[in-house]
Design a binder for this molecule. Structure first.
Ligand code: DGY
Length: 324
């Protein structure tokens, strides 16, 4: 058996502690530029590599996977979402795929509450007023937003992150409604109201939080018809994937006032987001930073490395293997 360390190509700049462990345990090839690339350029860069450490934003689609060198045995994504990796195409080439579940649950649930509160309480308008020196002082009618405490929150997708959002929302005495593939057991449901039919849930949502992955079934799920089912003045929050929302429909509803506000951390086609969002005062926008805490990004990196080490160093099944 060769003593050669497996060669891993890292597509992005990862946190320093993660890169240190990567370089200690592997023959690491670090992308000098912190930007995604794909297709023939990625194939060339990964020549002679055993694995790729990639991230959300890298398009490991069927075309890219199809041209990867035959030496590639594994793709570890530094993310819980893996819609950017064509798992079927990888499986067809015997390339394993792993992701990083669990470790970003709290950070993403925290930012969901930030989006919910920021949208409801007009945080964007408030900070803009202050920073543009347009604040002329307190007024009884200034920046009146949507009350949060005691309202109804509908959660689309009650997985780990959805449940963590529900836990936080309970502290705001919100009534939790949810839709999920299956009903949760009572100890996880904690009194939340299950709706087997997600469309039916919408009429019960003062706030709608998207916590479902992007799949063919959820693509553009939040469309004009479904937005119309939400009560007038509702707030839509998305910290999952931008593709779950039909941007044209959401922007139209924010303009007409059917929706009071939206809090968005994720967008279709990031970073080139729909231009319509930029001028909407009632859209509280963040640049996909749900997992961006030092602790979480380190934990994501270490989890990705756990998976690479299991397979490439010990010949074990990666603990977070994504199954086709
Ligand atoms: C994920 O892990 O899927 C996040 O969206 C990236 O932070």
């Amino acid at each position: 058996m060769s003593n050669r360390k497996p060669r891993v190509f890292a597509t992005r700049h990862f946190p320093p502690d993660v890169e240190s462990r990567l370089t200690a345990n592997f023959d690491a090839v670090l992308n000098p530029e912190d930007r995604p690339f794909d297709g023939p350029a990625l194939a060339k860069a990964t020549e002679g590599c055993d694995a790729i450490l990639c991230a959300a934003g890298d398009a490991l689609n069927a075309a890219t996977i199809g041209v990867l060198p035959s030496s590639i045995r594994m793709i570890a994504t530094f993310s819980v979402g893996y819609e950017h990796v064509d798992v079927g195409a990888a499986a067809a080439r015997n390339i394993l795929v792993s992701n990083t579940p669990d470790v970003l649950t709290d950070a993403t649930a925290d930012i969901t509450m930030l989006c919910l509160l920021g949208a409801a309480r007009r945080a964007h308008e408030g900070t803009t007023m202050l920073r543009t020196h347009s604040w002329v002082g307190w007024s009884p009618t200034q920046l009146m937003g949507v009350h949060v405490t005691g309202k109804r929150l509908g959660i689309l997708g009650m997985g780990r992150i959805g449940q963590a959002v529900a836990d936080r929302a309970r502290a705001f005495r919100m009534t939790i409604h949810y839709n999920n593939r299956s009903r949760l057991p009572p100890d996880l449901e904690k009194g939340a109201i299950f709706h087997a039919d997600a469309d039916e849930m919408l009429a019960h949502c003062d706030f709608l939080s998207i916590n479902a992955p992007l799949t063919p079934a959820t693509r553009k799920w939040v469309n004009a018809e479904r937005i119309a089912r939400l009560p007038r003045g509702a707030v839509v929050v998305n910290t999952a994937r931008g593709g779950v929302v039909d941007d044209e429909a959401l922007i139209a509803a924010l303009k007409t006032g059917h929706l009071a506000a939206a809090g968005l951390d994720v967008f279709d086609g990031e970073p080139r987001i729909h231009q319509g969002y930029y001028t909407l005062e009632n859209a509280f926008l963040l640049p996909h930073m749900g997992s961006a805490t030092v602790e979480t990004r380190n934990a994501m990196g270490f989890k990705a490395l756990d998976n690479l080490e299991a397979y490439l160093l010990r010949g074990q099944t990666p603990p977070d293997l994504v199954r086709v």
